[in-house]
Design a binder for this molecule. Structure first.
Ligand code: SF4
Ligand code: SF4
Length: 388
């Protein structure tokens, strides 16, 4: 089974660029029908509040180099490309999703992002949530609950809606359903051999985000998971595959998908799991539906996300431990976007954990959205895979 044969299977299911384009049209129609849109940049955004306000959330994290030039007048060059690219689209008004957003919900995660929101608020309606940087101190939870109440008030006042407990509880239920379905989709990677390429896994998951009808989206996730599983049972189940199974960790990877992820798979490995914002991490913990106060339940879930902006960040290592075992990982590749200090510094601990505790090979790759370093990255990846 070659890389090409394998990638052919799932690519007929989803086309990321096509879905993104279709998403623009769908959103235009929704806006014309009076729907309000909240632009978001981070996994910490409590989407249940947005849904309970009868609004549509849309991710604005940009993944292309093209828009970076527009950010250069305002932002320094040595900043994470995700921030520069997202801000470039915003300030030049060249992203339809940003244009359609009635409010931007930001959080104080990393320094670059929180200062970018300040600049953005000069030309857009931006609400910034103060995210605590420690998720074990009980006072952090109190602060975060308060921030979620504040967001509730902001949405109610801005859009003349009432966010009731009933609406929040329904949004929690729907959100949990979606998480469970997406978790099953990602768990296709546990199959051996894995039925879909990691590149496709990541672009398909991003494509799901361009369907703004929640019910339809959930049905689509379930259907595609089932279809892929059926094909695996028929065509892949009994085939032996010696390709090393890779776990990707670190920063979000949408902007380096072609450059790094495709290179890894072309060099002969299988990406079977993502321990980052582009993968299963956020889906691992559900919101507790038994907690009486829905705001408290939402706060507990989101504060528990294991991004490197938290200090300390113990849960990331628990997640890595479990994912390496359950997905039968042979090696870990950490991808860090240029100038992302929290992930870059935390990588010292990740390397130690992976190599000394899990006894697996590990490589650290730092890059940006340009294609300038593709030759050097290919050489390093090939050498790394040969060693496994
Ligand atoms: S990596 Fe961290 S800060 Fe960036 S989107 Fe994910 S949770 Fe948010
Ligand atoms: S990748 Fe790192 S620097 Fe970039 S936005 Fe996310 S946390 Fe911030």
């Amino acid at each position: 089974m070659t890389y090409k044969e394998k990638i052919k299977l799932p690519s007929k299911f989803e086309n990321f660029t096509e879905n993104k384009k279709m998403g623009f049209l769908k959103m235009k129609q929704l806006k014309e029908s009076g729907k309000k849109v909240a632009g978001v940049f981070c996994t910490y955004t409590p989407l249940e509040l947005v849904y309970a306000a009868d609004m549509i959330p849309v991710s604005l994290c940009a993944t292309t180099e093209d828009s970076i030039k527009y950010s250069e007048a305002d932002l320094p060059k040595n900043l994470c490309p995700l921030i520069r690219s997202s801000y470039g689209f915003a300030v030049s008004d060249t992203c339809p999703y940003f244009y359609f957003s009635d409010i931007i919900i930001g959080e104080t995660t990393c320094d670059g992002k929180k200062k970018m929101y300040e600049l953005m608020s000069d030309f857009k309606n931006v609400h910034i949530m103060q995210l605590p940087q420690n998720n074990t101190d009980p006072l952090s939870l109190k602060l975060w609950i308060n921030e979620i109440y504040k967001l509730k008030r902001v949405l109610e006042e801005n859009f003349d809606v009432e966010i009731t407990d009933e609406k929040l509880k329904k949004a929690i239920k729907d959100g949990n359903e979606e998480r469970k379905n997406l978790r099953k989709f990602f768990e296709l990677g546990k199959l051996n051999p894995s039925p879909l390429s990691g590149v496709t896994m990541s672009s398909t998951q991003d494509s799901f985000g361009f369907n703004f009808n929640r019910k339809e989206k959930n049905e689509m996730i379930v259907k595609k998971t089932q279809e892929i599983y059926e094909i695996w049972k028929k065509e892949f189940k009994n085939k032996k595959d010696k390709r090393p199974r890779i776990l990707i960790t670190g920063c979000p990877v949408g902007g380096v998908r072609e450059k790094i992820l495709t290179t890894i798979e072309k060099a002969g490995a299988d990406i079977v799991a993502y321990e980052n914002c582009s993968g299963v991490r956020e889906k691992l913990t559900l919101i507790d539906e038994n907690i009486e106060n829905p705001i408290e339940a939402i706060a507990k879930k989101y504060l528990n996300i294991s991004c490197s902006v938290m200090s300390p960040n113990k849960k990331r290592f628990e997640d890595l431990d479990m994912l390496i075992d359950e997905y039968q990982i042979d090696a870990v590749i950490e991808i860090v976007l240029q100038a992302c200090h929290t992930f870059a510094i935390e990588s010292t601990k990740v390397k130690k954990f992976v190599t000394e505790k899990k006894h697996k090979p590990y490589i650290y790759i730092e890059s940006d959205y340009s294609m300038n370093d593709i030759g050097q990255i290919s050489t390093r990846i090939e050498a790394f895979l040969e060693m496994i």
